[in-house]
Write a protein that binds this ligand. Sequence first.
Ligand SMILES: Nc1ncnc2c1ncn2[C@@H]1O[C@H](COP(=O)(O)OP(=O)(O)OP(=O)(O)O)[C@@H](O)[C@H]1O
Ligand SMILES: CC(C)(CO)[C@@H](O)C(=O)NCCC(=O)O
Ligand SMILES: [K+]
Length: 250
Amino acid sequence: MKLLLDIGNSRIKWACAEGGRLVGAAAAAVLPHGGAVLEELLASWAVLQAPSGGVLGVSVAAPRIAREIDDWVERHWACHLQWLTTPRAGGGIQIAYPQPAALGADRWAAMVAARHRGCLPACVVDCGTAVTLDAVDGAGRHLGGVIVPGLGAMRRSLTERAHQLPAVGDGCIEALATDTPTGIRSGTLLGLAALIDGLVDRLAERSGLPLQPLLTGGDAALLLPWLTRRYEHAPNLTLEGLAVLAEEGI
Ligand SMILES: Nc1ncnc2c1ncn2[C@@H]1O[C@H](COP(=O)(O)OP(=O)(O)OP(=O)(O)O)[C@@H](O)[C@H]1O
Ligand SMILES: CC(C)(CO)[C@@H](O)C(=O)NCCC(=O)O
Ligand SMILES: [K+]
């Protein structure tokens, strides 16, 4: 049993893995960041047995979070803990960046999972704090990709910059909105969906490949009904990729 960690800028996702697969129905527990919450996460691990196969993780958040986890694991489990950085080639994926380590390891792991699912050539769309799109050809060559603000970042930037625009929560989506919160909620969600559809087309056109779009990340389920292309929804693609890397070797 291995413990897998996917630490993003908004949430920490974790799962156990055995034989290359995520174990348990609640494969990914999610927690917003913050000192108290990290403490809560670590307290919830205290009831787990030390993972015999150690801990394997990716983190794209502030280094202090990984450091706190390092300390906790060392104090409680004394097991092997490894944070992955993106290699030039690994998990059946060859990275397009001239400096591969500059590509978020969460993006690499998600591409590994797309390959393992037999979805190549693919466009991996991760809808988190940032939305990333990565094109991978049929042989596992990463061709490149793009980064745009995620739904929360879009909404917050409006609220922070425009005096009369409120923060918005969940609610109805209506393109012909007749109040401000509905206008912001709908404009950002429908706009992000159109942006994702448009970028998937653009990456497919640019690569000259019929890319299969895969959708993952915290906002994937919210966006899915508004997307027009046929997406494969894979809620925990980065954790899935980590499970594959843990099994196949890195
Ligand atoms: N329970 C939740 N807590 C916080 N955010 C949630 C929750 N459920 C869905 N979300 C949405 O998920 C988004 C974060 O998605 P995700 O966890 O995939 O991002 P992340 O991996 O932390 O970010 P990144 O990797 O881009 O830094 C938030 O912006 C929010 O809109
Ligand atoms: C883009 C995010 C924030 C998505 O989680 C992460 O993968 C990251 O910080 N990447 C580093 C920059 C890059 O991938 O080009
Ligand atoms: K992520």
